[in-house]
Design a protein around this ligand. Structure first.
Ligand code: ATP
Ligand code: ZN
Length: 316
């Protein structure tokens, strides 16, 4: 499998400018809106026409390339873009495929910088529900359909399992019903697609999320500096989206227990409540998401009027 992207697309892309950072994102798919939203929350503004492949950054020296997600690792390796927002699953498959094809150096030039907190899924092997699965050895001799042949083959080799891998570019989940495969290796998020196709998930090969990947910019200081500014903004934006401001009333004796329950809570503000010395108001910033389980635990130790508010901007 080639790491290179389709030549027709490459011809349509403007030549890379030395002093502008170029970010590739998925043109149309599950990651598109979240990637655009994240970049916009980092303050980037693009002149974007609907079908454009290339968008010029209006307020920072950062341009956007909108392409198929599968092309992003290849574009990074070939220096057609500097940064890519892509699923770990795609990056790992391309790195693995380039290793198999004897070009490991290409994959090495592409580095994962950080996860972005969306596009979570896992690459798993699934078999028909009626199959009585016991262990990985059951896969011996099976035919498995997948869009991730390199990752699956690597996994089978490591486990010393001899199975036939067949490549399908889409609708992998229907292969067992069509009789073209015994099982599949595909992306799973909620598991609803597997259930709808009467498949059971038997083994996870890889946990994935959308992540920021970059090519080696050590010889291009200007671009790396632009990327550093963007990474700082990304850190703030991602921290803010996880952070919550919590306000509640509680017995004065339970303030310490409350900060223990709340995830990554800062030192709280404790305020008196009119007409009582037994209960106080507690306000605190939590640096991680506050879940229903946390609220239930707070209620169990006597908290009431619990409010969880989103944080819009934060300068630490
Ligand atoms: P393209 O046309 O760009 O090649 P695609 O059909 O390969 O698109 P999408 O289905 O839009 O890709 O998925 C993009 C990415 O979203 C996946 O590579 C993966 O990282 C992530 N993702 C999250 N959950 C799922 C899921 N349940 N199924 C598939 N992908 C998922
Ligand atoms: Zn794709």
């Amino acid at each position: 499998m080639a790491l290179s992207a389709a030549p027709g697309i490459k011809a349509a892309i403007p030549k890379m400018a030395k002093e502008r950072l170029r970010i590739a994102i998925q043109k149309s798919g599950r990651l598109t809106d979240k990637s655009l939203d994240l970049l916009s929350r980092c303050g980037l503004d693009f002149a974007r026409s609907k079908d454009a492949l290339f968008c010029f950054g209006r307020n920072m020296p950062v341009d956007l390339l909108l392409v198929r997600d599968d092309d992003i690792p290849g574009f990074l390796a070939e220096g057609i873009c500097d940064v890519g927002l892509v699923g770990d699953n795609v990056a790992a498959e391309k790195a693995c495929a380039s290793f198999f094809s004897g070009k490991p150096s290409q994959a090495k030039t592409v580095q994962r910088v950080r996860g972005l907190g969306y596009g979570a899924c896992r690459l798993s092997i699934a078999l028909p529900q009626e199959y009585a699965y016991h262990h990985l050895g059951d896969l011996q001799g099976m035919t498995l359909a997948t869009s991730y042949p390199a990752l699956l083959q690597k996994f089978l080799d490591e486990q010393k399992i001899e199975a036939r891998v067949i490549y399908l570019s889409g609708s992998v989940e229907i292969a067992p019903r069509l009789g073209t495969a015994d099982g599949i290796c595909d992306l799973v998020s909620s598991g609803a697609t597997l259930a709808a196709n009467r498949l059971q998930e038997v083994h996870t090969l890889l946990e994935s999320e959308a992540a920021l990947y970059q090519r080696d910019l050590s010889a291009e200081t200007k671009k790396q500096n632009i990327l550093n500014v963007l990474l700082q903004r990304l850190n703030s934006v991602l921290q803010v989206s996880a952070s919550k401001y919590v306000m509640l009333h509680a017995p004065a004796s339970q303030v310490a227990a409350i900060t223990q329950i709340l995830p990554a809570a800062e030192s709280p503000t404790v305020l008196p409540l009119e007409g009582t010395t037994q209960r106080v108001a507690v306000h605190t910033l939590c640096r991680e998401n506050v879940l229903w389980e946390h609220l239930e635990q707070l209620k169990a130790i006597g908290a009431s009027a619990i409010l969880v508010l989103p944080v819009e901007k934060m300068l630490a």
